[in-house]
Design a protein around this ligand. Structure first.
Ligand code: 5GP
Length: 114
């Protein structure tokens, strides 16, 4: 059996996290190293390694992650705007090989990102 990812360990309760949302498809929790006043990770329960491994069958799940992110943005009071990001691969700085959508907000952000 494949080793559980860091985020599966959070889902299992083996690693503590500040969980803000759970449903049958995904979980969301606060990033341990926040890059903005609000920095959440929305993570599918299925351990897809990265956006590069997503298939057409995953389209409803990917849509669901964005719907949850949008609800969490409202819950967090991000009325001035927010950013959602999938880092994919080395050049994007992906550090955990379990797909996750970053939700960042609570301060103005620059574009292009670094
Ligand atoms: P990536 O760099 O792969 O796009 O994002 C991984 C994110 O997971 C990083 O922002 C990092 O701070 C966060 N992270 C890494 N380990 C933990 C952890 O143990 N708990 C939580 N809550 N976040 C983590």
């Amino acid at each position: 059996m494949a080793e559980r990812t860091l985020f599966q360990k959070i889902m299992d309760g083996a690693i503590d996290a500040d969980i803000v949302h759970e449903d049958e498809h995904c979980i969301a929790f606060r990033d341990i190293n926040p890059q903005a006043p609000t920095h959440l990770l929305v993570v599918p329960r299925t351990p897809i390694p990265s956006l590069d491994e997503v298939t057409a069958d995953d389209a409803p799940l990917i849509g669901h992650l964005f719907v949850v992110a949008r609800k969490l943005a409202a819950q967090e009071g991000l009325s001035e705007g927010y950013r959602t990001v999938f880092n994919c691969g080395a050049h994007a700085g992906q550090s955990v090989d379990h797909l996750h959508l970053h939700l960042l907000g609570g301060r103005p952000m620059e574009w292009p990102p670094g």
